[in-house]
Design a protein around this ligand. Sequence first.
Ligand code: ZN
Length: 132
Amino acid sequence: MSQLSKSDVQSVENKLNERKKALLEEVRKELDQRENQHLASVMGNHPGDSGDVSLADWLADLNILRVDRQVRELREIETKLAQVRDGTANECIDCGKPIGLQRLLAYPTAMRCVVCQEKHEHIYQHGSHPGL
Ligand SMILES: [Zn+2]
């Protein structure tokens, strides 16, 4: 049973949209503070999610390195939102088992179940704690 109920899906989607809003606010502030007031105002004219261009792609195209972290997280959020629409938000991308509602609510962009996430982190963090 890997399907979430409608209200569960809604909760996860709300979390994603809240996070997305917070990130966009960070990006906007970052642009505001610097010399890029023009970009900040352009952002206000972005066509939004209904357009063909994803917001993350659009920001990446601007190539503003200091909002790189936000852009990366926005990409994760957009990927996850697409999964929510496809009904696959609760499927681990590695093993296909359910990620679990609690985990999704705590980490709305989680792509893997706990087991696969741990494996994944072992691979990518190998050598970061030498000699322990
Ligand atoms: Zn898994």
